[in-house]
Design a protein around this ligand. Structure first.
Ligand code: 13P
Ligand code: SF4
Length: 302
């Protein structure tokens, strides 16, 4: 039996579900029950009735699954799969920021640890940040957005609301430069430019569409274009090609791999199923508070 078959068999025996982010290695995406963006994975995690969730993504995503399914065992196949952007704000720093703006409401990107979500009023993902900024606050609310300054900048431009920004960013997405997009557009003049909102403002300004990873997957299906320049982590191109075999995809830059996402391998998924290591735990007090900010976000999805 090959590795993928062994994983499938064991998954059934353990009543486990495998969730994988769009940036995962191709072979990991291929054995997953659900592949998606941060929001899609959160929703899926909240619906599953499996006993075990094997989470192929980075740590904050697995924590989100635990917050939404506290009764289930959530397992991440490599405990070192973190998100450098999520590491850019600590709960102490957020508390200091709250002291500086005592009346402000806190909006946190889903790319944060559970304790940051617990200190926040509402959470958002790359696919719904604009909608959450528009709907979750009153006209005169002061809003602190942590940690991604580029997503925050994009959301404030789209909504016309001023946000108080934090100096966080994604080290992979900031490597995509304006020149990269211009060069690729020259080489592929018929291609549409799809940009993730974690990219910098000059890159976003060259986009035909600004989308979360699942947003890209949905958009490519309905677009009549045959070629796409993809300004995000290149792992998503596996899914884009698989679901659209007649279309072509060009990564905007060759240096944007998220090494943390790539830490998860099929061998580690198998080991995770066999040993149920590494279990992701979040203290109950944090779960209760963090769930409120995630539930508030999910409410705006309906
Ligand atoms: P998505 O929610 O768009 O998948 O983005 C998650 C992420 O970590 C992007 O770097
Ligand atoms: Fe974090 Fe960037 Fe990796 Fe996404 S791509 S998990 S934001 S480091």
């Amino acid at each position: 039996m090959d590795l993928a078959e062994t994983i499938k068999k064991l998954k059934k025996e353990k009543n486990a579900v495998i969730l994988a982010h769009n940036y995962q290695r191709p072979e990991v995406q291929d054995i997953a029950d659900y592949v998606g963006d941060s929001l899609g994975l959160s929703i899926e995690a909240s619906k599953t009735d499996a006993d075990v969730i094997i989470f192929c993504g980075v740590y904050f995503m697995a924590e989100t699954a635990k917050i939404l399914s506290p009764g289930k065992k959530v397992v991440i196949p490599d405990k070192d799969a973190g998100c450098p952007m999520a590491d850019m704000i600590t709960v102490q720093e957020l508390r200091e920021l709250k002291k500086r703006y005592p009346g402000a409401k806190i909006l946190c990107y889903v790319n944060t640890f559970a304790d940051i979500k617990a200190e926040s009023d509402v959470c958002c993902s790359s696919s719904n940040a604009v909608m959450v900024v528009e709907k979750a606050f009153r006209e005169n609310d002061e809003i602190i957005f942590v940690p991604d300054k580029y997503l925050a900048d994009y959301a404030q431009k789209k909504t016309g609301k001023n946000l108080i920004l934090w100096n966080g960013y994604c080290p992979s997405h900031v490597k995509i430069l304006e020149e990269d997009i211009r060069k690729m557009k020259k080489a592929h003049p018929g291609a549409e430019v799809l940009v993730h909102p974690e990219c910098t403002a000059p890159v976003i300004s060259l986009a035909d569409e600004i989308l979360s990873t699942d947003g890209m997957v949905k958009y490519v299906k309905r677009s009549p274009a045959k070629e796409f320049i993809v300004a995000t982590e290149p792992g998503i191109i596996h899914r884009l090609k698989k679901e659209n075999p007649s279309k072509e995809f060009w990564p905007a830059s060759g240096i944007t791999e998220c090494l943390n996402m790539k830490l998860i391998t099929l061998d580690k998924v198998l080991r995770a199923l066999e040993t149920l290591q590494y279990e992701v735990d979040v203290p109950q007090k944090v779960i209760t508070k963090a769930k409120k900010s995630i539930d508030k976000m999910l409410k705006y999805q309906d």
